[in-house]
Design a protein around this ligand. Structure first.
Ligand code: IMP
Length: 182
């Protein structure tokens, strides 16, 4: 489906993200300092940049795994019905798990994924999201750590897409539609 023309206004700079990721990594190191069993689980695809930066700041023995849950597809609206499209490769029973997400929006995805992984009897199960849009919440869910609270805007960059584009922007930007010049 062709997209309406839009521009991207920078909301959070690459520098601000790097500083926040460093701070979050410090908190996570403190939480998991006593374990050599940590599995860091990235939710595909939006968390791929965040998880890459985060694990390199952790300085802990970690394994990295990925899980893909259904999300927005090519649009801007959450489907609300969350399905697991790609499961973990490794086992998490008895292991500490940190689930890494790009954005908590309605909350359905992280809430569903947490419930799903809990059934495998991990050790500690914690969640982290780079961005949080509390105004959009539909289920009572709060990540253990969040990087930035943002208003109800559609954002892209640093791994996050609009219709699969803009994941490679180094900053977080807000999508603003402009009138079609034609
Ligand atoms: P939730 O299940 O509504 O919390 O949504 C989580 C997923 O929706 C995120 O992992 C993103 O893939 C997607 N999402 C939510 N807000 C945005 C946004 O502003 N831009 C792009 N994707 C978003």
């Amino acid at each position: 489906m062709p997209q309406k023309p839009y521009v991207i206004d920078e909301m959070i700079s690459a520098k601000a993200i790097a500083a926040r990721v460093e701070g979050l990594a410090k908190d996570i190191r403190a939480e998991f300092a006593d374990t050599d069993k940590l599995v860091v689980v990235g939710l595909l695809r939006g968390s791929f940049v965040f998880i890459a930066d985060l694990v390199r700041e952790l300085d802990l023995p970690v394994e990295v795994d990925f899980l893909e849950a259904s999300s927005y597809g090519d649009g801007m609206e959450s489907s609300r019905e969350v399905r697991i499209l790609k499961d973990l490769r490794g086992k998490i029973e008895g292991r500490d798990v940190l689930v890494v997400e790009d954005i908590v929006d309605t909350g359905h995805t992280l809430s569903h994924v947490s419930d799903y992984l809990s059934t495998r009897h991990p050790g500690r199960l914690r969640t982290i999201a780079l961005l949080d849009k509390p105004a959009r919440r539909e289920v009572d869910f709060k990540a253990d750590w969040t990087g930035f609270e943002i208003p109800d805007e559609f954002v892209v960059g640093y791994g996050i897409d609009y219709a699969q584009r803009n994941r490679n922007l180094p900053f977080i930007g807000k999508v603003r539609f402009v009138d079609d010049p034609a």
